[in-house]
Design a protein around this ligand. Structure first.
Ligand code: LLP
Length: 446
């Protein structure tokens, strides 16, 4: 579901004309819909109500402060994977006690900062990391709460770059080691090991991997109980789908139906549940709007060359992902009924939609059915770009990052200014001499 719709042949974000936003904010720009963010958050909460989870929105999916504030106002906690993301959560007004912090490579500074800020829960990924968290907590005379990230060896049937819950992965520890982990660290006085965390991959379009992962988790909880270790929280991670094509993702109730029968008995015994959704909240809540700079034909191929490509949205070139692309003002006769590879409208032909960068990998769509009438100056909307769009954007080829706009009904505000050339170079303008320790060579006697 989302609040981007065509009316009389023109695209609207909620009650606001996308063309008007693009003309005022410039292109490329990301546009987010507040109502869509809120609706997805509410639907998740309703679907999982029987276990009343703390919904920790995954900051990495779309980390704009404007978006975080919308969700914070709904009561969301945040799932962070870096000090930078925790900083954003804090600025957005999210209580640190509602934040969880995962990631295989937390630095000492990041751990220290998180403890000083009163982080809710560390999602710990390895033995060495646990020892480091415990020793930093001890130094700070603090006690922190820790969950162990486990990988339940489940195939999430998704792109191999984003499958994270298989046995041989850099994330978490496997189930056999998990028991030993609790035996070794379960009684640390400064790092209270009290929870389990899993995130098996993203996006996951069938519910079976969740059922399988949850079954293994329930077994582990029982095994740990027999070892005298009580589990107080289970964080099920994220990974629920988004609709890149119309109605592609199972409704959230279907995911819940697979998970709840296994989770509810634990909830009834006092286990607290956490979810870390990113894409399912933010994916459909954002579009990327581009301007067509040129069209051209090379051999048999027609190209639509836009003012941004993989620098603004990396997913198609990095994962081969599908994003529906359509003109912002196609006219009533060319309004698509469904977002799909070929919306079956007259007067269409295939195009490669590419960006301006100096790589053949700089594309947003290959052999894509689009109106044959597309011309220089048209605006194109790339749908379902809210998650892992701007958050993975780069300045490659010295391209300033796009603007971000948040729409609430007929109100639109810039929540991130477009970068300019000055922004590109501001950290480089003045070289600063490093104060280096004297090197061995300079200490050699003459
Ligand atoms: N929790 C953890 C520990 C994660 O690593 C992730 C995503 C999430 C939650 C949120 O997953 P979501 O609900 O958004 O699926 N760049 C890729 C996706 C990478 C996901 C990384 N981890 C993409 O564009 O598809």
């Amino acid at each position: 579901m989302d609040c981007f719709s065509y009316r009389n042949g023109e695209l609207y974000a909620e009650e606001t004309r996308v063309r008007d936003i693009a003309e005022s904010a410039g292109t490329p720009c990301y546009i987010y819909s507040r109502a869509t963010l809120e609706e997805h958050y509410d639907r998740l909460q309703a679907a999982f109500k029987p276990i009343d989870p703390l919904i920790c929105y995954s900051v990495k999916s779309c980390s704009n402060l404007g978006v975080l504030r919308v969700l914070a106002a709904r009561g969301a906690g945040m799932d962070a994977v870096s000090g930078g993301e925790l900083y954003r959560a804090k600025l957005a007004g999210v209580p640190m006690s509602k934040c969880v912090y995962a990631g295989v490579g937390k630095s000492d500074d990041e751990i220290t900062g998180a403890i000083q800020d009163g982080l809710g829960l560390f999602n710990c990924e390895s033995e060495e990391e646990f020892e480091n968290i415990a020793s930093i907590a001890k130094k700070l005379r603090a006690t922190v709460r820790v969950a162990l990230r486990i990988n339940p060896d489940v195939d999430p049937q998704t792109h191999r770059y984003t499958a994270t819950g298989k046995k041989e992965t850099k994330f978490g520890v496997d189930l056999e080691r998990a028991r030993r982990f609790f035996a070794t660290y379960g009684r640390d006085p400064h790092a209270t090991l009290e929870g389990l965390h899993l995130h098996i991959g993203s996006p996951i379009y069938t519910v079976d991997p969740y059922r399988e992962a949850m079954t293994k988790t329930v077994d582990l909880v029982a095994a740990l109980a027999s070892d005298g270790m009580a589990i107080r929280s289970i964080d099920l991670g994220g990974g629920f789908g988004a609709d890149y094509e119309s109605a592609q993702s199972p409704p959230l109730q279907e995911y819940a139906a697979a998970i709840l029968p296994l989770a509810k008995p634990l909830y009834d015994r006092g286990v607290r549940f956490i979810l870390e959704p990113g894409r399912t909240i933010a994916g459909n809540a954002g579009i990327l709007v581009l301007r067509v700079l040129y069209t051209k034909t090379s051999g048999e191929k027609r190209f639509v060359i836009c003012d941004a490509g993989m620098n603004a949205l990396l997913r198609p070139s990095h994962y081969g992902s599908f994003h529906f692309i359509w003109p912002v003002e196609p006219g009533s006769a060319m309004t698509p009924a469904r977002r799909t590879l070929d919306p079956k409208l007259p007067g269409t032909t295939t195009h490669d939609v590419v960006g301006p960068l100096c790589e053949s990998g700089d594309f947003l769509a290959l052999d894509r059915v689009l109106p044959a009438s597309i011309k220089r100056g048209d605006l194109l909307a790339v749908f379902t770009a809210g998650a892992y769009g701007m958050s993975m954007a780069s300045r490659y080829n010295s391209s300033p990052l796009p603007a971000e706009v948040l729409v609430s009904r007929d109100h639109a505000e810039i929540v991130r200014r477009r970068e300019d050339f000055q922004t590109l170079v501001e950290h480089e303008l003045k070289p600063i001499a490093l104060q280096l320790a004297p090197s061995a060579t300079t200490e050699l006697p003459r």
